[in-house]
Every structure is written in C-alpha cells, then in structure tokens.
Ligand binder design. Structure first.
Ligand code: NAD
Length: 415
C-alpha cells in the first residue's frame, strides 16, 4: 500500500493540520497521533472437523479523554493493525463531534466469516472476548458491530463477558439484539444518520430530494437502510453495488425489495429488472447523491474528477482519500465526512448503553427523535463553520472535534 492510502497516516495528517490551525501545543498531536493502547491477540478456535485454527485479533484504544473507549468490531480477512488504529482514531473524533461522552476504540479479527460454520463463528466470537475481556467493560471500552459483525455476534460476546465477570454486563457491548438489551433503532441508526445528513445538506444547497437520484456502494447494514430511508423521502435508488458486483436501473429500484433480495441470495447481483454495473462505474455515475457504504479508499485521485454527485454522504469510514477530497472541494461537491455522516451508529450505541444502565427502555420514536436532534445540531455546527471559515466540511469537523478533545485533555492535566 502506498503511504497516500495508509489510513493511519491519513488520520494523523488530518489531526496535525487541525492542531496547527487551532494553535494547540505540540503535545496534543503527540498524544493523538497514536492509540493509547493496542492489543494484538491470537484466538485459537476448535473447528468443526476437530482441528484447531488460530485467528489474529486486534483491539485499539485510541483516546479516553472524553469517556470510555467506544467502537465497532470488524471481521474481515484483510484487516491490518494500522487500519484498526486509524478506525479507532476516527471514533475518538466522531464521538467528540456528536458530543457523546466517549473516547475512541476499534477492534477486528482477520477472518472471512463466510468460511466459518455458525458454531465456528460463535466459538471465534467468544474466544475473541476471552482474549480481550480484561481490557474492555461497560466503564472501560465498549465494542459494537462493524463490517461483517451483527447483533447475534454481539449477543455471544456479551454473554461470554458476563460469564467471565459473573454478573449481567449488558453495557459491555452495544448493537445487541432487542431481546437481549439492545436499543430500538440501533440496527438502522447509522443509515438514519447518513440520510439525516443528506436531508440537511440538500436543504443547504437547494436540492429537492423528491425525485433525486442516488447511488450506493455497499448494501449491508449501512448501505441498505440508507437506501430505504432516502427512498422514503422520494429519492430514487438507481444503482447499488456490493463485494460481488452491482445493479442499476435508471427508473429506480425498490430499496426494501433489494434488502429482501440480499437476504435471500446474499448479494444485490441479479436483482430482477436491473442491469449490471461495476463498483468503479457506480462511483462516477451521474447522480445527485452518492453514498459510499463499503470500505476505505474508494474515491481516490484516480476517479475523483469524474465523480458527478452533488452530495456525497460517507456511510463508510475513510472512503475518500485526502487528495480526492481536495479535488472534490475544488469541483464544488459537498462531501459530508464519515466522522459526521456515519455518527448515528455510535450515537444510538450511546443511547443503548444509557438504557442498559437505567434498565429502562425507550420507544423507537424516542430514539429516532433524540438521534435526529443530536445530528441536526452537529451538522449545523459543522456546515456553518464550513461556510463561515471557507474550509471543507471535513476540516471543520476535525477543528470542532480536536478543540473539544484538547480541552478535555487539558482539564485532565495531560497536556
Ligand atoms: P456490512 O458488512 O453490513 O456491509 C458491507 C457491505 O459492503 C456489503 O454489502 C459488502 O458486500 C460490501 N463490500 C465489502 N467489501 C467490498 C468491496 N471490496 N467492494 C464493494 N463492496 C464491498 O458492513 P456495514 O456495517 O454496513 O459497514 C459498512 C461501512 O460503514 C464500513 O466502512 C463501516 O466501518 C462503516 N460504519 C458502520 C457502522 C455500523 O453501525 N454498522 C457505523 C459507522 C460506520
């Protein structure tokens, strides 16, 4: 990988720029450029055929000046330490932007879960928690779902941790099933946030979402419900892709029917009535709104000048490289940065943890209303800074977040 694409380099560069612009002491950058702790574990798993396989697992605890470490767990064969460290850093920034009282963490296991049986996946999930159980907890570090992990995996992990500690520790993990301490609205919260941000952005640039066209890369947890929610506003989902390929239809495809198609077949490919499209072509389609909701570094210096969308709402973490970001800014594309656009997930994770602590649960409408309130406020702060100071929304978001984190570190006497 080139240094341009190393996500840890990217996020460290963004923090350095923000620290310089804010005139902060060098010690702030010195602390924020690396995670406070990084755990690298080996997880032995008894496979169905009786053999034992070991998997690499990571947990990165970036910064806890504002509260417990918080962040998802990714199961993906290509994960590597710098990626996990970068993702944990983005969590620190993200929590500060939406003003939830958490720091940043992230974890991953190098595995393709499609290669495992359900029993093997459960033993791996429980094994990972046994390996990192001594450094997580409701008051210390709180994992959640991310790429290829889901509420069932969160349930196994919570159960394993509760057994280790000998009490019901529901608040150790968020994104749990509703039956087992989960929050209503959590599974769709990230998508809800992605679309609330598009709504707010559309108002600001005078784009009517009724009839607007949308392309979505990645049709998993984040991408699929972004499609469903944006369609509810009258927009047309004209193209979607996933790891297997993609589909398009200029008249729009029913986002919920696509969700069912993915549930039944495992992919968006061959959705009835559609034409195929590649991941590369989707990114440069002539659409109003583009939602990257898969992995990092998909909008790069190679394709940014061909992107035609008016608004990009980054459902995925780190989909746009800094060079591509500059090109898009020059073209006048409004990029709603990941650290704001996909912060709905961690916001409702916080609500879930609050409900677990209280033992009292809110309605779906209450959750949605509180989420909307926090995100609309965060969007307005950052958009106004972007306009008033003439900086990209991403830069405005970093400035707002780093200022808050630096204040907390100063109050704690760290800098
Ligand atoms: P998911 O596993 O549910 O879905 C991922 C989707 O991306 C799938 O459709 C998959 O086929 C597709 N994909 C994977 N690799 C791809 C590739 N190489 N090319 C094209 N498509 C590919 O994951 P998710 O939870 O929806 O997460 C997606 C992104 O959103 C990630 O960047 C994640 O970090 C970010 N995110 C997720 C949450 C959350 O609450 N789940 C919150 C914040 C950010």
């Amino acid at each position: 990988m080139t240094e341009e694409l190393n996500p840890l380099r990217i996020v460290a560069g963004q923090i350095k720029d923000a620290c310089e612009q804010l005139g902060l002491s060098e010690s702030v950058y010195e602390i924020l450029k690396e995670p406070q702790q990084f755990y690298d574990v080996s997880i032995p798993v008894r496979m169905d055929d009786g053999s034992v396989r070991t998997f690499k697992g990571y947990r990165s605890q970036h910064n806890n000046a504002l509260g417990q470490y918080k962040g998802g767990l990714r199961f993906h064969p290509d994960v590597y330490p710098d990626e996990v460290k970068a993702l944990s850093t983005w969590m620190t920034i993200k929590c500060a932007i939406v003003n939830v009282p958490y720091g940043g963490g992230k974890g991953a296991v190098a595995v393709d879960p499609r290669d495992l049986s359900k029993g093997e996946l459960e033993r791996l999930s429980r094994g990972f928690i046994r390996a990192i159980g001594h450094v997580i907890g409701p008051e210390r570090d709180i994992p959640a779902p991310d790429v290829n992990t889901n509420p069932q995996i969160m349930a196994w992990m919570t159960d394993e941790f509760s057994k280790m500690r000998g009490y019901q520790a529901l608040g150790v993990v968020t994104g749990k099933p509703i039956m087992f301490g989960g929050s209503l609205g959590r599974s769709t919260a990230t998508s809800r946030g992605v679309v609330v941000c598009v709504e707010e952005a559309a108002k600001r640039i005078g784009l009517d979402l009724d009839g607007a066209t949308v392309a979505i890369q990645g049709y998993g947890n984040v991408g699929s419900y972004s499609g469903v929610f944006i369609q509810e506003l009258g927009a047309k989902v004209v193209a979607v892709t996933d790891v297997y390929g993609g589909v398009q239809d200029p008249d729009g495809m029913d986002a919920m029917a696509l969700v069912k198609h993915v549930e039944e077949t495992g992919s968006v490919v061959d959705f009835p009535g559609s034409q195929p499209i590649s991941n590369e072509d989707l990114l440069t389609m002539d659409v109003d709104v583009l939602i990257p909701a898969a992995l990092e570094n998909v909008i790069t210096s190679q394709n940014a000048d061909q992107v035609k969308a008016k608004i990009i709402s980054e459902g995925a973490n780190g989909p746009t490289t800094p060079e591509a970001d500059r090109i898009l800014a020059e073209k006048g594309t409004l990029v709603i940065p990941d650290i704001l656009a996909n912060a709905g997930g961690v916001t409702v994770s916080y609500f879930e943890w609050v409900q677990n602590n209280y033992g009292y649960y809110w309605t779906a409408d209450e959750v949605d209303e509180k989420l909307r309130m926090l995100l609309v406020q965060a969007f307005a702060n950052i958009y106004d800074m972007h306009e008033e100071q003439g900086v990209k929304m991403r830069d405005a978001a970093y400035l707002a977040a780093i200022k808050r984190i630096a204040e907390a570190m100063e109050l704690r006497g760290w800098v």
